[in-house]
Design a protein around this ligand. Structure first.
Ligand SMILES: [Cu+2]
Length: 210
């Protein structure tokens, strides 16, 4: 055991040597540097071409099938901590009835809780009267997700439990605007107008807050 430990220590010390050697023999070192970016360029170039081709074909197919109005985008909302900013992105999202919305914890620790008086912390109800409220746990691991299927048409306002008082709130419009959230603003901050969300499909946090 002691011998292994000793060898491992020597190994890590030796690892610093090639750097010094490369500095002494400039020609081989420069050759290696030239090759590496070329290889990467080739690989990424091929990958990008292949991906673009497939994606373009798919998008063309969807556009032709669609009616040409608002195309339903991804039903995902990121939950983000960025410095001293805490936000949902997009802050406003349109989905069709029956869509399962997915909140993805990108950074920090967040929850998604509907403004429904049956939920803790919600002092007011801002989802349609027949709608099912949701309330997630606080998601603290990166890429952790919470899903909720939205069946009832209307406007849904929601917040993050830990950052409610800091204005981390969001809005979903399902099918068309409706319900109590079409009047006024939630108690913790401002959200994009429901009809604007319908018209644009999604309103990014950067566009709204910036
Ligand atoms: Cu949060």
């Amino acid at each position: 055991m002691k011998r292994r430990t000793y060898l491992a220590t020597v190994g890590s010390t030796v690892a610093a040597l090639p750097v010094a050697l490369a500095g002494c023999s400039g020609a081989p070192g420069a050759g290696a540097d030239d090759e590496t970016p070329t290889d990467e360029d080739d690989v990424s170039g091929k990958t990008t071409e292949t991906d673009d081709g497939g994606a373009t074909d798919d998008e063309d197919g969807d556009s032709e099938n669609g009616s040409g109005t608002v195309t339903a985008g991804p039903s995902e909302v990121d939950m983000v901590t960025d410095g001293d900013q805490y936000y949902f992105d997009p802050i406003g999202l349109f989905v069709e009835p029956g869509t399962t919305a997915t909140w993805v914890n990108v950074s920090g620790a967040h929850s998604t809780v509907a403004y429904a008086e049956s939920n803790d912390q919600a002092e007011t109800t801002r989802i349609p009267s027949d709608a099912e409220p949701w309330s997630s746990e606080v998601l603290s691991e990166a890429d952790a997700t919470f899903e909720h299927t939205l069946e009832t048409t209307g406007t849904y306002d929601y917040f993050c439990g830990p950052h409610k008082s800091l204005g981390m709130i969001g809005r979903l419009v399902v099918g068309e605007p409706g319900g109590p959230a079409t009047e006024g603003q939630p108690p913790d901050g401002e959200l994009p107008d429901s009809q604007t969300i319908v018209d644009q499909g999604a309103v990014s946090y950067g566009d709204f807050a910036g």
